[in-house]
Design a protein around this ligand. Structure first.
Ligand code: NAG
Ligand code: NAG
Ligand code: NAG
Ligand code: NAG
Ligand code: NAG
Length: 274
């Protein structure tokens, strides 16, 4: 599987024209990773197993507090997969996100046996090899922010996210949000791990994201990191949806209309590192 990992550091800078003045947390496709093409993906049995896997993930994910893992098929044509929605996303949006993500997987990696798809609100991974419960320290960091905090603020933010990493890993749903009052405003943080890994691994995974962030993005006021097993988001907007009821059977409340208003910087930096 080594060749599948993020092998290199690459940076994409997109300069977007126009100033957009309304900030809303919108879902988007952040990227994907596909193993090298494999002829055997054309075989009927693999196709059926993959189809059944994706259907099962889409059907169950939204109703299991946004996380579901399963496997289909027998022996050499087994397919293992999991989906996870961001912890603040409603069951309804989670379902739509998973549907969109499975389409994306079939479009961008039709001949791959191992596939990772990152959307802002949800994550999909499947493979012919079992990966459940084994933590991978891969990460990608995204920032759409051109403004930097001063270094003291940046380091407060990192400490805060470090505490959040520890807290989130102890939660049953491996998800937590938190607010930091920096005096001159607030910073909002959110952290989440896939629920197949344990508390220690979750904590390690999130700390690794912070290292990535620190080395690559530095004092940005808004960023997010996405890996195979954990995710972090940080912003000066209240970007996440308010969860009004504790997560429980049957998913989350489906209404979340709010959106913070603020200027959005027009540079997207996409970095993926091992
Ligand atoms: C899914 O895709 C449809 C069609 O492109 C889009 O309208 C919808 O907003 C997407 N939903 C999510 C949650 O990504
Ligand atoms: C998964 O498929 C790859 C080829 O795409 C193969 O090299 C590998 O041995 C397979 N792994 C398992 C566990 O079947
Ligand atoms: C960055 O901001 C621009 C302008 O608002 C938006 O079009 C783009 O989708 C954003 N990208 C990310 C990764 O948030
Ligand atoms: C972490 O948890 C402790 C104890 O529940 C709480 O006091 C603290 O505010 C939390 N910090 C963060 C950043 O989540
Ligand atoms: C969530 O609640 C806070 C405090 O009640 C509010 O300021 C914020 O705008 C809300 N955000 C969203 C996205 O609904």
């Amino acid at each position: 599987m080594k060749t599948l990992h993020f092998a290199a550091v690459f940076v994409i800078l997109l300069t977007l024209s126009g100033i957009i003045t309304c900030y809303a947390d919108i879902n988007m496709n952040l990227g994907s990773q596909c193993s090298v093409d494999d002829k055997s993906t054309a075989e009927n049995e693999f196709q059926i197993n993959r189809r059944n896997l994706l259907d099962s993930l889409a059907a169950n994910g939204p109703f299991q507090n946004g996380f579901y893992k399963t496997q289909t098929g027998e022996k050499s044509v087994k397919v293992y997969g999991l989906v996870q929605c961001r912890g603040d996303i409603s069951a309804n949006d989670c379902g739509n996100c998973i549907n969109n993500m499975t389409k994306e997987a079939l479009n961008s990696c039709p001949k791959s046996k191992s596939v990772w798809i990152w959307f802002r609100w949800c994550f999909l991974r499947y493979s012919n090899a079992s990966f459940f419960g084994s933590m991978e320290l891969s990460s990608g960091a995204w920032s759409n922010e051109t403004n930097f905090d001063d270094p003291s603020m940046g380091s407060k933010g990192l400490d805060f996210m470090g505490r959040l990493a520890s807290n989130a890993s102890k939660q049953p749903l491996k998800f937590q949000t938190s607010v930091l009052d920096v005096g001159r405003g607030k910073r909002y943080g959110m952290a989440q791990c896939t629920r197949d890994i344990n508390q220690d691994e979750c904590h390690k995974c999130l700390n690794n994201q912070l290292v990535t962030f620190k080395e690559i993005i530095g004092n940005k006021r808004g960023w997010e990191t996405h890996g195979s097993n954990c995710f972090m988001w940080y912003n000066y907007h209240h970007f996440y949806f308010n969860i009004s009821t504790p997560a429980s059977e049957g998913g989350r409340p489906s209404s979340h209309k709010g959106a913070a208003i603020a200027p959005v910087a027009a540079v997207l930096a996409l970095l993926m590192v091992l």
